[in-house]
Design a protein around this ligand. Structure first.
Ligand code: ADP
Ligand code: ASP
Ligand code: MG
Length: 457
């Protein structure tokens, strides 16, 4: 069997849903499991509705909710679904009624807890899959709408819950196995799960990719397909560099590094379950289903270009911590990292000198408490509006001349931090956000002026 995950743009309207039905029809023989995101920007809109309600703006929240209901009903009706009192119409109606109840509650309490935020966000995927399962049925593909909350079992960290591997694997096999054996196509919500008590959780923004790889790993899939709105993994974000090229093949390590450093095309947690079971992952364009996309496996193909792709992450804050007491003192770094651990803030890039440490963070909700604590051990400087740029390629560390090529392309751009060598596959640096576009474009020009046709299209 294979897993086919469709992102928001790939299910954004009736036309997109029909494209998916065709994609699934053509893969019937491979026993596909469908994993779907919410339609278009629905998750953003649901979270905005929850925030609006919790600020006490009940009517504004209800108006936004009514727009979202119109959108879902309009697209469903174009597909001849929800035209009368059919079961899908009933489902959509009851979901919107439940959401209106949430809006009343939130506007009365004027408080939005992570738990209620997840309850609200979960309707996006529940709506899209209810419609999609019916679209498949109407196209003659026997489909079965599943409830991912019975399968993706997580801890209690609402909004960013962590799936529990053993329990999730068992539950996925238990619920999806019989449906597949019955010859039906399971239609499964990405992004949502539940904790052990059965309370709805979500596994982080963009998390449907992760859901797909958990399902694929649990069922021992032959391939995990991530269907999105670009041709595959590209040499960089095509929104930043329109001339970005498709990478035909890339290793698990490279893809994981790119995802971690901001290449939104894959959620950073996607690769690990696939690696564990050695399942190839393929990134494909749902608008051009005949293209071969990008194949991600544990193999590295020979490639003339040392760098396979450039990732970037905006909205980064750099903390410079200096202390003369650090001089020759042991335990200083431990104390710093204990503080980060306490505030559950993860650090992406680190560099040190004799008397100072610089670190990047992209989580700023607890930043000021963290900084207050750090000030007890040294002088702290905070630099906001920074960006991380990361060049990724297997074996970069061992290829001479790459740092020279990278940094000479950036000659006049101020570089605030550099990190290379922690892993053999990346060169990472930090610059001001305002130079980001210029830097990535120039780097891309320099690194991909000539491309190896075995790897790039
Ligand atoms: P989906 O809704 O299908 O999950 P996302 O918006 O999460 O899609 O991810 C796809 C987007 O990722 C693309 O539209 C593109 O702008 C962005 N992206 C960033 N870096 C890359 C890259 N290296 N290759 C391809 N896409 C990238
Ligand atoms: N719908 C969720 C989000 O927008 C999950 C996803 O699309 O992967 O974050
Ligand atoms: Mg995504």
């Amino acid at each position: 069997m294979i897993v086919c995950k469709f992102g928001g743009t790939s299910v954004q309207d009736a036309d997109a849903m029909m494209r998916i039905a065709k994609i699934i029809e053509e893969r019937r023989g491979l026993h596909p499991v469908v994993v779907s995101s919410a339609m278009g920007k629905t998750t953003n809109r649901l979270l905005e509705i929850a925030r609006t309600a919790s600020r006490g703006n009940q009517q504004a929240a209800l108006d936004l909710l009514a727009d979202l209901e119109d959108y879902h009903l309009r697209e469903a009706r174009k597909l001849a679904i929800a035209v009368s009192e059919d079961p899908v119409a009933e489902k959509i109606n009851s979901y919107f009624k439940e959401m209106r109840d949430l809006v009343y509650g939130l506007s009365a309490l004027c408080e939005l807890t992570p738990r209620v935020s997840d309850a609200m966000a979960s309707y996006g995927e529940r709506l899209s899959t209810a419609i999609l399962a019916q679209v498949l049925e109407n196209q003659g593909i026997p489909a079965q709408l599943m409830d991912a909350r019975q399968c993706i079992i997580t801890d209690d960290q609402f909004v960013n819950a962590n799936p529990l591997p053993g329990e999730t694997e068992a539950a996925v096999a238990r619920h999806l196995g019989p449906v597949l054996r019955d010859g039906r196509v399971p239609v499964f919500q990405g992004f949502i799960g539940s904790n052990r008590e059965g309370v709805t959780t979500t596994i982080g923004r963009g998390g449907s990719d992760h859901s797909a790889s958990l399902v694929g790993a649990a069922l021992g899939a032959e391939e995990i397909q991530i269907w999105t709105d670009v041709d595959g993994i590209m040499t960089t974000d095509p929104r930043m560099v329109p001339g970005a090229r498709r990478v035909k093949e890339i290793s698990f390590n490279e893809a994981a590094e790119l995802a971690y450093f901001g290449a939104k095309v894959l959620h950073p947690a996607t690769i690990l379950p696939a690696v564990r079971k050695n399942i190839p992952v393929r990134v494909l364009n749902s608008f051009k289903p005949d293209q071969e996309g990008t194949l991600i496996t544990n193999e590295t193909q020979p490639c003339e270009n040392p760098v396979k792709a450039i990732a970037y992450k905006k909205g980064i804050t750099v903390l410079h911590i200096a202390s003369t007491r650090m001089l020759m003192a042991h335990g200083f770094l431990r104390r710093i990292f204990e503080i980060f651990d306490h505030y559950r803030v993860s650090v992406d890039v680190v560099s040190t000198s004799e008397v100072s440490v610089s670190l990047t963070v992209d989580e700023t909700s607890t930043l000021w408490d963290l900084v207050t604590e750090l000030k007890k051990i040294g002088e702290v400087n905070v630099e906001g509006s920074q960006a991380i740029v990361c060049c990724v390629g297997e074996n970069l560390r061992n290829i001479p001349g790459v740092p020279h090529r990278v940094f000479s392309a950036l000659e006049d751009i101020g570089i605030h931090m550099i990190s290379q060598g922690a892993s053999s596959i990346n060169i990472t640096f930090v610059i001001g956000e305002d130079s980001l576009t210029e830097a990535v474009q120039r780097l891309h020009d320099s690194l991909f002026r000539k491309t190896d046709p075995r790897i790039f299209v």
